[in-house]
Design a protein around this ligand. Structure first.
Ligand SMILES: [Fe+2]
Length: 419
C-alpha cells in the first residue's frame, strides 16, 4: 500500500473500532484486513488470557497461518518477557521486534560484547520467532500492560517491511488495545451493575418479605384488639369496605400505594389499644381523667408499633391522627380541617358509624338511621362534612342495607354479605 492508502486504511480501521464493541470481532477484523490489504504469509493475534495468565491465539489468517487452537504462550515465554521487561538499557525498541533485527544483532559481535547478558535472550527470541514463523511482532499495551501481540509472517512479495508499515501496525495495535480495554471496562461495569441490581433486588425482596411478616403480626394484634373490644368477627373487613366506598365516592385516587395506605390505616388505626389494660378498654362507665389519658395514648402506641415499617410512615401518621376532629376539638394535637389527613377523616367517620351499628356481646347495635343521623349531627364539628356526605351517599347507593330497628345493621343482599 502507498502512504496515502495506509493513512486511509487507518482512518477506516479507527472508525470500525469505534463501532465494534466486541473485542474478539474487532481483532478478527484486523487480521482479515491486514491479510487482504498487505499480503503476508500469515497475520496472527495473540491476546492475554487473564484467568489462566497466558497468551492465546485468537485468530490467524494467510497461507501459512498458525494452528490457533494449539499454540499458547506462557507469561515466561521469551517473547512475552521481552515486551514485559521494564527498564532495559540496550538499544532495541519495545515497540516492535523484527526477525531481521534480532538476526542482525546476533551477528554483531561488538554489540554482543557490549551486552553479554542479552545474547541468550536474543537466541530464545529468535527460536520463538522461527517457531511462530513471525517476521514482525508488534505488542499492544494499555498503561504498560501487555494486552496482546500482532504477529506477522513474511511479506508475500518477499520485500522488507518499511518503517511506514511498521508504524501502521503499531498504530493498529495501539488502537485495538484501547478498544479492548474500553470494552473490558464496559463489560466489567455492566457486570458490576447487573450484580449490584441483583443484590438490591434480593435485599428488596427480603425487606418486603420481612415487612409483610411484620404487617401480618400487627394485623393479628389489631384483630386481638377488636376481640377484646367485643366486636364480632368481620369488623375489620367491614370498616375497610366502608372506608374504600367513601374514598371512591369522594373521587380520591385509590390506585396502588394510595389504596394500600388507606386499607392499612383502616385495619390498624386502633392497634395501639393492645397496650391499654382491660379495665380501661372494657370499662362500661365513664373513664376517669387518668384513664382517659391512658386511652388517648393508643394513637401514639399504634404509631410506634408501625414505626419499623419503612413503607408505612404515612400509615403511622394517619393512625396517630385518627381521633382529630374536624373542628379542632380532637386529640392528640387539636388539628383541624385539612390539617388532618383525609384518610384519618374517613376513618373517624366509618369507625364511629360501625361502632354504633355493631352488635357487641354486651349490647345490640344501634339502628342504621340513628347512626346516620348521628353522623349528620356531628358533621362540621367531629366529622368532615364532605366525608359524611360521601359516606351516606355511598352507603345508600351501594349497600341499601336492610336493617332491623331491634338488631341494628343486618345485611341481606348478596353484595352486602361481605360488609
Ligand atoms: Fe381509635
Amino acid at each position: 500500500m502507498t502512504s496515502f492508502q495506509y493513512h486511509e486504511a487507518l482512518k477506516n480501521a479507527a472508525k470500525s473500532m469505534v463501532r465494534v464493541k466486541n473485542p474478539k470481532r474487532l481483532l478478527k477484523m484486523i487480521t482479515r484486513f491486514i491479510d487482504r490489504e498487505v499480503g503476508l504469509a500469515h497475520t496472527s493475534i495473540l491476546i492475554f488470557d487473564q484467568p489462566n495468565h497466558r497468551y492465546i491465539f485468537i485468530d490467524s489468517k494467510g497461507n501459512r497461518r498458525l494452528p490457533v487452537g494449539l499454540v499458547r504462550l506462557d507469561a515466561d515465554n521469551p517473547l512475552i518477557s521481552w515486551f514485559n521487561e521494564k527498564g532495559r538499557t540496550f538499544p532495541i525498541s519495545r515497540d516492535f521486534v523484527t526477525y531481521q533485527q534480532v538476526v542482525r544483532l546476533l551477528d554483531n559481535d561488538s554489540f554482543l560484547e557490549q551486552h553479554p547478558s542479552i545474547e541468550k535472550k536474543l537466541r530464545s527470541i529468535k527460536d520463538q520467532l522461527e517457531v511462530l514463523r513471525a517476521a514482525v511482532c508488534v505488542p499492544g499495551f494499555y498503561k504498560g500492560e501487555l494486552l496482546g501481540i500482532l504477529l506477522l509472517g513474511d511479506k508475500l512479495d518477499k520485500s522488507d517491511f518499511s518503517l511506514e508499515e511498521l508504524t501502521f501496525f503499531q498504530t493498529l495495535a495501539h488502537d485495538a488495545s484501547m478498544t479492548i480495554k474500553s470494552a473490558e471496562f464496559h463489560d466489567d461495569l455492566s457486570k458490576r451493575n447487573r450484580e449490584l441490581e441483583e443484590k438490591i433486588g434480593e435485599i428488596n425482596r427480603l425487606r418486603k418479605k420481612e415487612q409483610q411478616t411484620y404487617y401480618q403480626i400487627i394485623l393479628s394484634l389489631a384483630r386481638e384488639v377488636h376481640v377484646r373490644d367485643a366486636y364480632t368477627s368481620g369488623h375489620m373487613e367491614e370498616v375497610e369496605k366502608l372506608g374504600l366506598m367513601t374514598a371512591e365516592e369522594m373521587g380520591l385516587d385509590m390506585t396502588g400505594h394510595k389504596k394500600d395506605i388507606l386499607v392499612a390505616a383502616l385495619h390498624l388505626h386502633d392497634v395501639g389499644k393492645i397496650g391499654i389494660p382491660d379495665n380501661i378498654l372494657k370499662k362500661e362507665g365513664k373513664l376517669t381523667e387518668e384513664e382517659w389519658l391512658i386511652m388517648r395514648d393508643h394513637v401514639f402506641k399504634g404509631a410506634r408499633i408501625l414505626e419499623p415499617m419503612d413503607d408505612f410512615k404515612e400509615v403511622a401518621k394517619i393512625v396517630m391522627l385518627h381521633h382529630e376532629n374536624f373542628d379542632g376539638s380532637g386529640y392528640p394535637y387539636g388539628l383541624k380541617g385539612e390539617e388532618i389527613p383525609i384518610e384519618a377523616r374517613i376513618i373517624c367517620v366509618v369507625d364511629t358509624f360501625h361502632a354504633m351499628v355493631s352488635t357487641r356481646c354486651y349490647r345490640k347495635g344501634r339502628p342504621f338511621d340513628f347512626a346516620i343521623k348521628e353522623l349528620e349531627k356531628c358533621a362540621g364539628n367531629q366529622f368532615d362534612p364532605q366525608v359524611v356526605k360521601a359516606f351516606i351517599s355511598a352507603i345508600n347507593k351501594r349497600l341499601r342495607p336492610q336493617y332491623d330497628e331491634e338488631t341494628g345493621l343486618e345485611i341481606t343482599t348478596s353484595e352486602q354479605q361481605a360488609f
